[in-house]
Design a protein around this ligand. Structure first.
Ligand code: SF4
Ligand code: SF4
Ligand code: SF4
Length: 359
């Protein structure tokens, strides 16, 4: 079985349309000046020119997800007894995600560790993840704020993807990376890719060189615990933050959620919705106590989770893929690269931090 293919530019739209007739397909669509992943429909304007404003994480981890519905049923013979009937929502359709960027695909691998690689995997995340085939588009022109190459990734990183697609002059070069995507090469219009491999790899290398490296000595950052523990630092850094949550909602690696029961009369739904550690009510417990009662403590948690606690727990894997969305879209220009640079432990090489560099 050949493991590369080629789709001529004039057949790209048809290729997507043909896939959408077989499975649910999500693609980046232009809406105003925003690029948002939507379910493919004829008439939508697809846009692969630059990374989407919103990462495609909702395809596998919906912003609002009804986990199950419930109904209370009184025993007619004994009104003191009330039973509960549950209907689980585990119907996960086969889905193809086209045009995720390498950082977006890597984001799912950061979800995978706590959500699937445990003794108690999350059935909703796991179910959708298994049903989704990710066809990633390598970046040619890194955006302002991108720093993927500084956090063990890169504009042609294959981690988390089922196929990597690289644009070349005449079309799209496809590298098959998993069994899930192997049938793509049999789709109508897909040609032998071997003649385009060198051009694709040259483009990938050029893109990698174009990504800016914000950290000292071009090292993947290792945060110093001593610097991290200085609360005065956080108060100063975060004075201008509005606690709007944009940085976490647009982040392909932020995975916190809240659970609510929406109930009317004798029936209701249990809903899981994205949450953000930038919000005042994050982890507020039933007694009214919050372990992160101030803005600086919440922001400190955000950086600590990505660059300190997660790496400690998961073999130095950084829970940031360097997509730069939080840099591009923060309304008051809080820049995670500057903050992490100030916290960076000096003299620690990427190699000393462990082998998580897949690109
Ligand atoms: S996007 Fe900026 S202002 Fe909004 S919560 Fe994040 S750091 Fe604060
Ligand atoms: S923290 Fe910022 S740069 Fe890192 S993955 Fe999240 S949005 Fe992207
Ligand atoms: S961070 Fe890297 S992979 Fe992500 S959009 Fe930018 S260049 Fe592409």
């Amino acid at each position: 079985m050949a493991d590369t293919g080629f789709i001529p530019k004039e057949k790209w739209a048809t290729f997507i349309e043909v896939l959408s007739a077989k499975e649910q397909v999500h693609v980046p669509c232009l809406e105003g000046d925003m690029i948002i992943f939507r379910s493919f429909e004829k008439g939508r304007t697809l846009c692969f020119e630059r990374p989407a404003n919103m990462p495609p994480k909702a395809v596998i981890f919906p912003q609002s997800d009804t986990l199950f519905s419930f109904k209370f049923i009184k025993d007619p013979e004994n009104p003191q007894r009330v039973g509960v009937e549950l209907t689980e929502n585990k119907d996960f359709p086969k889905t193809i995600l086209i045009g995720a960027r390498p950082c977006d695909a890597k984001g799912f691998t950061i979800y995978d560790r706590p959500y699937t690689e445990t003794d108690t995997p999350d059935p909703y995340y796991k179910g959708r993840r298994e049903q989704t085939t990710i066809l990633t588009l390598a970046c040619q022109d890194p955006s302002a704020g991108c720093f993927c190459t500084s956090v063990h990734s890169g504009p042609a990183d294959k981690e988390g993807s089922d196929a990597l697609i690289t644009e070349v002059e005449k079309g799209y070069f496809v590298e098959i990376l998993s069994e899930k995507s192997s049938t793509l090469l049999k789709e109508a219009g897909v040609e032998d890719g071997s003649a385009y491999q060198d051009e694709a790899h040259k483009n990938q290398e050029a893109a990698r060189s174009a990504v800016k490296q914000p950290f000292a000595d071009n090292l993947a950052p290792k945060v110093s615990k001593e610097l991290y523990g200085n609360d005065e630092f956080w108060k100063e850094e975060l004075a201008k933050c509005l606690s709007c949550g944009v940085c976490t909602y647009l982040c392909p690696t932020c995975y916190c959620f809240n659970i609510t029961d929406e109930r009317a009369t004798n029936r209701g739904e249990r809903i899981r919705s994205w949450d953000s550690c930038m919000y005042q009510h994050f982890t507020l417990d039933g007694s009214g106590h919050s372990p992160r009662s101030t803005k600086f403590l919440r922001f400190k948690n955000r950086i600590g989770h990505k660059f300190l606690f997660y790496p400690e727990k998961y073999n130095n894997a950084i829970a940031c893929c360097g997509c730069g969305r939080c840099v591009r879209f923060c309304p008051v220009s809080v820049d995670i690269r500057e903050i992490v640079s100030k916290l960076q432990e000096s003299g620690v090489s990427a190699a000393q931090q462990g082998g998580n560099d897949k690109s």
